[in-house]
Design a protein around this ligand. Structure first.
Ligand SMILES: Cc1cc2nc3c(=O)[nH]c(=O)nc-3n(C[C@H](O)[C@H](O)[C@H](O)COP(=O)(O)OP(=O)(O)OC[C@H]3O[C@@H](n4cnc5c(N)ncnc54)[C@H](O)[C@@H]3O)c2cc1C
Length: 290
């Protein structure tokens, strides 16, 4: 029938996997696991159907994955770096730190929006020199000086996407050391960021130690790729910080669906499970018509 890849193993992703697998699709869940799930911090859950006694978020997460494995869902533990179309635009390419998968349909279930840098200028210059997608916007910075904010593998991936276009690429790690080795062509600055300033557009980054860096663009890549960055890269419409879907979990990109906290609204397990079911069924319907 075809292959569905689901990004995220929280309640939305696992529910989507159950429905897509039972619908006959080959299903892989690609996820960082519990570590980035809303369930990680949930000590006790008792407002979900069937829980006479409260259980921890971690336990619920493990039970969900066990159930899905029993019906043949495959799990790949990795951090997503980018979701793109394949070369022929007939499907999707999912690139992680250690794995590369292809899929006929993808369901994004990556949880709630993750905050970007909380300093003056970040909101003001969004779209005016502050970007959340190097692959989408690198071309606009040909021959210019740009910086990527972040210290993780995702930030490094974004910086590398800018290298062929920009004259100079900085990685601003905001007070931490980079988690991986950074190629020499990328200049690392570990000072804490105090503000982003400019006029009509971004012109400089001010650091807490009083120094500053003049530049033309800043790319936010803190932590791991969140739902907004994933959606922007592939052209899915957002509603604020949330992925916009129809009543059946479809985004505006054919074959791409979304479910759970990443779509906004009620941030609860019941809603994530419901939307996951819708998205799983919709992905199967999409594969049947492909
Ligand atoms: C402290 C706390 C207590 C809560 N208590 C309750 C409660 O009692 N009842 C209730 O109904 N709800 C509760 N919630 C809310 C509930 O946890 C969420 O609504 C639910 O987990 C959302 O499910 P989801 O599948 O959409 O996203 P998540 O559960 O957040 O799952 C997201 C998944 O995406 C993966 N992911 C994200 N980014 C990447 C990436 N770049 N690469 C690879 N994988 C990625 C993560 O690893 C994770 O597996 C609580 C939340 C918190 C924080």
């Amino acid at each position: 029938m075809g292959k569905v890849v689901i990004i995220g193993s929280g309640p939305a992703g696992v529910s989507a996997a159950l429905y897509a697998r039972r619908g006959g699709a080959e299903v892989t869940v690609f996820s960082k696991g519990l570590s980035l799930s809303g369930l990680e911090k949930a000590e006790k859950i008792e407002n979900y159907y069937g829980l006479a006694e409260p259980i921890s978020g971690a336990e619920l997460h493990a039970r969900g994955i066990d159930g899905a494995k029993k019906i043949g869902v495959e799990f790949v533990e990795d951090e997503l770096l980018s979701l793109m179309f394949n070369d022929t635009f007939t499907g999707f390419k999912i690139t992680g730190k250690d794995h590369m998968l292809t899929a006929d349909s993808v369901i994004v279930a990556t949880g709630a929006y993750r905050q970007s840098l909380n300093v003056p200028g970040v909101k003001e210059f969004a779209g005016k020199g502050i970007s959340y997608c190097a692959t989408c916007d690198a071309f606009f910075y040909r021959g210019k000086t740009v910086a990527v904010v972040g210290a993780g593998v995702y930030a490094l991936h974004e910086a590398q996407a800018l290298l062929p276009h920009a004259a100079q690429v900085f990685m601003l790690t905001n007070g931490t050391e980079p988690v991986a080795e950074v190629p020499q062509a990328i200049r690392v600055c570990t000072a804490k960021i105090a503000a982003i300033e400019g006029g009509e557009r971004v012109e400089k980054v001010l650091f807490a130690d009083g120094t500053q860096l003049k530049l033309d663009g800043v790319f936010m890549a803190l932590g791991t790729a969140g739902s907004t960055a994933i959606a922007k890269k592939i052209g899915a419409q957002l509603d604020g910080n949330h992925i916009q879907i129809d009543a059946h979990g479809a985004t505006n990109v054919p074959g791409l669906f979304a479910a759970g906290d990443c779509t906004g609204g009620l941030l609860q397990i019941a809603k994530a499970v419901y939307q996951g079911a819708e998205a799983g069924l919709s992905a199967v319907k999409y594969l049947r018509t492909k």
